[in-house]
Design a protein around this ligand. Structure first.
Ligand SMILES: Nc1ncnc2c1ncn2[C@@H]1O[C@H](COP(=O)(O)OP(=O)(O)OP(=O)(O)O)[C@@H](O)[C@H]1O
Length: 281
């Protein structure tokens, strides 16, 4: 659905060089710290900025060549965009219908009711969670949408609202031929949602793995300096010095559990794995 091949963009003190692929039927996460380059990547994919070199393809061809019909198949939530705060949802409805011929008003109104979004209240009086829900609902109520591009849709939300939004996204995926690209700086947010995870750091993709592979095969070996000396390093991807010795990230935890049964092996949560990938040597 989306392919970036060394897509480059330079700002005065920042350079992005991003390669990634978002496949049909999958939810792909782009995880990175503040300023890592997530929004810049999303803007390249949406054609809001142009790459200096490299390729950005959506639905199989360059972003600049997308037809209006293809653009209408993309639902978008951008972290720095929202609705006029002076409008109510009722005011917004005719605008959304005029802007998007494929806007599903009935579904949108049903969702507003289900998610307790009042029709007559000004958006500036909405809580952060209500505004976030409104943005996601607008993106998924595009009748033709088969690709959602969501930049930090859950930022600043409490657990309940976050889960409600993630449930909405799971429902969106039911037809099977749809895809979502979603970013967050909280990786645990996306662990139960995504099929594929990319980690971006200082404008570069540092790590890419299928979530189930990551959860099944990755682990953190917690070893003393003595144990470290005897360890086969072949399957150690990164290591980090700790007070007790070393935390070693492996993608073959079973091998170490069988051959070094005395070593403590922690299952890799996405957060832990990514922290070592970003900070280890
Ligand atoms: N229009 C711009 N002009 C100059 N620098 C920019 C511009 N847009 C982004 N940057 C810089 O590019 C870098 C990456 O920013 P970006 O917004 O892509 O990060 P991000 O991962 O989305 O961060 P956050 O999680 O804080 O939203 C930052 O250093 C930012 O200052």
């Amino acid at each position: 659905m989306i392919r970036l091949e060394h897509a480059k963009k330079t700002y005065s003190d920042f350079q992005l060089d991003c390669s990634m692929e978002i496949r049909e039927g999958q939810i792909t996460a782009l995880i990175g710290a503040n300023g890592a380059g997530k929004s810049t990547t999303f803007k390249l994919i949406l054609g809001l900025i142009r790459p200096e070199s490299g390729e950005v393809a959506v639905f199989g061809h360059p972003v600049s060549e997308l037809t209006i019909e293809e653009r209408q198949q993309i639902g978008v939530v951008l972290s720095d965009a929202g609705f006029s705060e002076y409008l109510t949802i009722k005011d917004l409805l005719p605008i959304l219908e005029a802007l998007y011929p494929v806007f599903d008003k009935e579904r949108f109104c049903n969702y507003c009711e289900r998610f307790s979004l009042p029709m007559d209240k000004k958006i500036r009086e909405f809580s952060t969670g209500m505004k976030a829900k409104l943005k996601v609902l607008t993106a998924i109520c595009n009748r033709d949408a088969r690709l959602l591009i969501l930049d930090e849709p859950t930022a600043g939300l409490d657990v309940m609202v976050r889960e409600e939004i993630l449930d909405l996204l799971r429902e969106f995926m039911i037809p099977g031929d749809r895809s979502i690209l979603i970013s967050s700086h909280i990786s645990s947010d996306l662990e139960g949602l995504c099929d594929d995870i990319y980690l971006i750091d200082h404008g570069q993709i540092h790590f890419h793995e299928q979530t189930d592979v990551l959860l099944e095969q990755y682990g953190i070996l917690k070893v003393t300096p003595e144990q470290y000396e005897t360890l086969d390093k072949e399957w150690i991807l990164k290591e980090k010095e700790e007070s007790y010795g070393y935390a070693c990230l492996t993608n073959q935890k079973q091998y170490y559990m069988e051959n070094w049964p005395q070593i403590a092996v922690e299952n890799g949560s996405v957060d832990q794995v990514l922290m070592i990938m970003a900070g280890g040597r």
